[in-house]
Every structure is written in C-alpha cells, then in structure tokens.
Ligand binder design. Structure first.
Ligand code: 5MM
Length: 342
C-alpha cells in the first residue's frame, strides 16, 4: 500500500467546494425508483439514465468523484465510450460500490448485516484495472424498540474495517459508510447516542484492522430526528448535534466526511449541510461535503421519466442540485436559491 497515493486520491475527492455523486444504486434499488415513475425497468433504461448523468454538462464543476455500480462500470454511452472514460475525461474520479447489500442478520431480529467480503480482494483488483480509484461499502443500523444491539454494531463495524483494509492494500480509498437509518419516531438525541456508539465502534475496528485513517473517507448519516418523530428539529440543531458528535468520534487525521442523504428532501439536505459550515467554520479538522444519491438525483430522475425529449432539462436539474450543494459546502446556501433557475 502506498499511503501517499491514497492521500492524493482522498484529497482530489474532497477538493474545493465539490462533492461526490452516489450513482451506485443496485439493480433492485434502481428498478424500484424507476417503477415509482413508470420508467421501464430494463438494463437499457438503466444505461440510458446513467448516460444522462455522466454526460451532464458542467457536472465536473460540482462533482469530484462518482460512485458506480458493477453493471454501470461496464456500460458505455450510445456512441460506445465507457462511462468510466467519460468521467475520467471530465476529471471526475470513478469509484465503485463493492458491498453486496444488507440482508437480515440471523439471530438479530430487525437488524441488518452487509454481505460482500467473499472474493473482495479479487473483485477490487479487477475494478482497479478498470480504472476505479475508490470504493464504497454501506452498513445499515436500525433504531427500534430493542435495536441497535451491540452485537449488530460490532459485526457491521468489523466488516467495514476488513473491507477498508483490503481497499487500501489494493490502492483504493475506502469510503466507510455506516448509516443509521432515519426510519422511526426516535428523537434527535437518540440518533446522536446511537451514531456516537456506531462511530466509536467503527473507528475502533478500523484501528484494530490497521486501516490508515489518512487514506479513507467517512460517509455518515446526519444526526436527525426519526422521520415519524413529532419533533422535527431545525437545521441549526441538526448541525450542532452532528458536528459535536463528529468532533468527539472522528479522528482529525481522517481527510474527509461526505454525507449520505438518507431520504431527506433535496432542500433539507442542502440547508443542513450549509448550517454546519456556517456554524462550525474553521472549527472542523476534516473537509465536510456531500455524497448524495436521492437528494441530488431525484428532481432529475422525475423530469427525465424515461423520455429522450426531457434529457436536457433533466441534466440541468442534476447540475443545479449538485451546484446548490457546492454553495452549501461554502455556507452560501439560501432558501431563495430554490426559486431561481441555475
Ligand atoms: C444510503 O444510500 C447511499 C446514499 O444515497 P442517499 O443519499 O440517497 O441516501 C447510496 O450510495 C446507496 O448506498 C446506493 O444507492 C446503493 O444502495 P442499494 O440499496 O442499492 O445497495
């Protein structure tokens, strides 16, 4: 492992005011999103949609890295250029989702465990040869009456750490994504307590498995109340809870933190990222940005709807949402931006 080259990749991913674009929906997740909009759930339509994304004009002004899925990394534009080549030409670093999804965890009712460690070294070696320079693995933690259990948190953290050290050995920056889900009626305080426990456990496991913190990126949830909670705290409260938790749990040697959106609306995901930068300017040791899927893609996907005649406007909406998040990363987001056409 060349630590300096991992650091360079991480630096490129966290550069300036840019963020990451998660376009790594597995076939079943992508089909679910297509089905909701009556878009045909075929490989060709998934390809068309990913072509729309990677060929979006000016995407590279807002996006530093794009996370692909196994099907997507092998696909090409209609005129035969591999998506990965299109991204590289734009200066966007290609990445790859390598977990194989979260399944029910045997012995732990209502909890999930992520699969994908088998043959991971071999799979990563192939992805590296294809041009991917970072990877992503998502663990899912559920807040419920009796969850999460420490057994579930530890098992997920161990897998994240094994995945991360394998990536680093191959020369790829691991994005470590422990997601505490927003589902439930729990409070902001409960989300903070659970996220704190999860992050401490994950960083302990990363340390045990000899992962270099300097050569990784954390992709966490924001600390938010459950979607069904009667008390929906404002962006300042979310910002304070989130960054105070990270200041306690995330080592300063980690170069970057890039949030998932987790089902927040595009507007809330931008407003909350912005509040963190406004309230903690110069107080954070790591770069802090976005790695959204739904909160960047949703308006674009809805506009496209599977129709060629909508591609240009859908691409404009994708760029607009990515651009708004670069402003949030600078603490320059305002609600008025949502009314303007960018
Ligand atoms: C949490 O999901 C990740 C971030 O997306 P959001 O910003 O929409 O929350 C995302 O990268 C996710 O890991 C991929 O979409 C793959 O998910 P599946 O469920 O298909 O494995």
């Amino acid at each position: 492992m060349e630590l300096q080259s991992l650091k360079n990749i991480a630096k490129q991913l966290m550069a300036g005011n840019k963020g990451l674009l998660a376009m790594d929906e597995s076939t079943s997740t992508c089909n679910k999103r297509f089905q909701a909009l009556d878009i045909p759930q075929t490989e060709e339509y998934r390809r068309k949609y990913r072509e729309l994304i990677v060929t979006t004009p000016r995407l590279e002004e807002a996006i530093s890295g794009a996370i692909l899925f196994d099907e997507t990394i092998r696909q090409s534009t209609a005129d035969g250029k591999l998506f990965i080549e299109t991204l590289k030409e734009k200066g966007i670093v290609p990445g790859i989702k390598v977990d194989e999804g979260a399944i029910d965890m045997d012995g732990f009712p209502d909890e999930k465990i992520t699969e994908g460690l088998d043959n991971l070294h071999k799979r990563l070696t192939e992805y590296y040869a294809l041009g991917a320079r970072f990877a992503k693995w998502r663990a899912v933690i559920t807040i419920g009456n009796n969850t999460p259990t420490s057994g579930n948190i530890k098992a997920n953290a161990f897998l994240l750490a094994r995945y991360a050290i394998i990536c680093q050995e191959i020369g790829m920056v691991p994005i470590v994504e422990p997601e505490v889900l927003m589902d439930g009626n729990h409070s902001l305080k409960t989300c903070a307590e659970v996220t704190t426990e999860v992050l401490h456990t994950v960083f302990n496991q990363l340390y045990q498995q000899r992962v270099s913190f300097e050569g990784m990126i954390l992709k966490p949830n924001m600390i938010v109340p459950g979607l069904q909670s009667p008390q929906q705290d404002n962006a300042d409260a979310v910002a304070d809870a989130t960054i105070n938790c990270f200041l306690r749990c995330v080592p300063a040697s980690v170069p970057g933190i890039a949030f998932l959106s987790g089902g927040q609306s595009p507007e809330l995901a931008s407003e909350r990222l912005n509040a963190m930068h406004v309230r903690f300017k110069d107080k954070m040791p790591w770069a802090l940005t976005f790695s959204y899927s739904r909160a960047v893609q949703q308006p674009c996907l809805e506009k496209w709807g599977g129709r060629d005649e909508n591609i240009a406007e859908a691409q404009r909406l994708l760029y607009e949402r990515a651009h708004i998040n670069t402003l949030a990363r600078e603490g320059k987001y305002t609600a008025e931006l949502e009314q303007q056409e960018i």
